[in-house]
Design a protein around this ligand. Structure first.
Ligand code: SIN
Ligand code: FE2
Length: 200
């Protein structure tokens, strides 16, 4: 499948079938008893509007000490392993033989958003970031590598996959809002985003 290329962000519309989306969601949910969702705060002490957990060797974590990867959930458990159903997506679009170390799970309820940011807590930016959208539509804002660069937006739907590699690897991006209730994948609506990254 040939992706849309928006300023280096490769957008694969409807890459994941409805059946595979449901399988991925089930597999991700299966890890939540071990590593429940939590509400992170930013380095400035502001609560984030998304709920978060992770799978993999590392989980992404944020509190007043800053943004980082942690080998354990705050409850002391290991993070669950990244499901095969998710790794298959990485293998199909990442262009690398290396496996990701972290699958960040972001849950967006009705008013949740994600401010414009760079993914830069990893050690090697030659590996891409692969982002999987599940559930409600989300307005994805794309910028450049300078926060002041002009931005443009695109709607992401359930089953869409975005690859941020090359010049887009360190580009600013964020979620302005979700269109609550546009998908029936999650029983209570909302959106799950999975972000796969090589960490170290
Ligand atoms: C993120 O960049 O951390 C999340 C992007 C998304 O939810 O699509
Ligand atoms: Fe990000």
């Amino acid at each position: 499948m040939k992706p849309l290329n928006l300023r280096g962000f490769l957008i694969y519309k409807s890459l994941i079938s409805a059946q595979d989306q449901a399988e991925i969601l089930d597999d991700i949910r299966a890890g939540l008893p071990q590593a429940p969702m939590f509400s992170p705060v930013t380095a400035w002490g502001k609560p984030m509007s998304v709920q978060m957990s992770s799978a993999g060797r590392y989980g992404w974590y944020s509190d007043r000490s800053g943004y980082r990867y942690e080998p354990k959930h705050p409850n002391g458990n290991d993070w669950p392993t990244i499901p095969q159903s998710v790794l298959r997506i990485w293998e199909s679009v990442s262009g690398t033989d290396r496996q990701p170390d972290c699958c960040l799970i972001n849950h967006y309820r009705e008013k949740a958003r994600m401010g414009l940011h760079q993914d830069n807590d990893e050690q090697d930016f030659t590996y891409p970031v692969v982002s999987i959208s599940l559930g409600d539509d989300a307005l994805f804002r794309i910028g450049g590598t300078d926060r002041k660069d002009k931005t443009e937006s695109v709607w992401l739907a359930s089953g869409d996959v975005v690859v941020m590699g090359g010049d887009a690897r360190l580009a600013y991006h964020g979620i302005d809002r979700i269109r609550f209730g546009t998908s029936t994948l999650l029983k209570n609506a909302g959106r799950i985003n999975l972000t796969l990254r090589v960490v170290d």
